[in-house]
Ligand binder design. Structure first.
Ligand code: IMP
Ligand code: MG
Length: 194
């Protein structure tokens, strides 16, 4: 973490053990992903779909890096057990507003871990018969994958560790950090202070 980061995010920075992806590195990669999508979706008016809430930061930056007409929509899901990210049992609590039948859908995800959430959502979206359905994920923890899913646009590979920042939370905190880093074990166990 730079001295500037440490000063600016003082109360949050003290819970971060190590910055793995500085803000500039994330922004540069998002630009590259946006360029690739711009090339591949010329004339297709793609619909980008994300799951609230973690993806909103990535989604906002990715959209601005896409230089063709594009639309967005969101779904929300709830895990039956909020404490367990391994369970993979998800329930749709907010559906899309835009019909996707016949549309070119690009599903945008912040992090694909086991792949269970993504697998459920892709199945749900595929049943609505989009013209195409691809995945763009900023982070992937391939080592931890239980279901193999093709990710067409991928930002970075992550170690099998819990990270926060740039939308990723620990008990709803740390989403507003512009970088992505590892939490100190104390912060991970106690939950963050208010
Ligand atoms: P999956 O079903 O195991 O692939 O879980 C994916 C979801 O778990 C993501 O959309 C995140 O909400 C959450 N998640 C997985 N790893 C992390 C992490 O390191 N930090 C914060 N959230 C994570
Ligand atoms: Mg998420």
């Amino acid at each position: 973490m730079t001295e500037d980061d440490r000063n600016m995010y003082r109360t949050m920075a003290e819970d971060i053990r190590e910055v793995l992806f500085p803000a500039e590195m994330i922004q540069a990669r998002v630009e590259e992903l946006g360029s690739a999508i711009t090339q591949d979706y010329q004339g297709l008016n793609p619909l980008l779909v994300g799951v609230l809430k973690g993806v909103v930061f990535f989604m906002a930056d990715l959209l601005r890096a896409i230089r063709i007409q594009v639309e967005i929509d969101f779904i929300a899901v709830s895990n039956y057990s909020p404490e367990s990210r391994d369970q993979g049992v998800v329930r749709l609590i907010k559906d899309l507003e835009i019909p996707i039948g016949g549309r070119h859908v690009l599903f945008v995800e912040d992090v694909v871990d086991t792949g269970l959430t993504l697998n459920y959502i892709l199945g749900n979206l595929r049943a609505r018969q989009p013209a195409s359905l691809e995945v763009c994920a900023l982070f992937s923890k391939s080592e931890h994958r239980l279901i193999d899913l093709p990710i067409k646009y991928q930002g970075f590979e992550l170690p099998d560790r819990f990270v926060v920042g740039y939308g990723l939370d620990h008990r709803e905190k740390f989403r507003n950090l512009p970088f992505v880093g590892l939490l100190k074990p104390e912060a991970f166990q106690s939950g963050s202070k208010n």
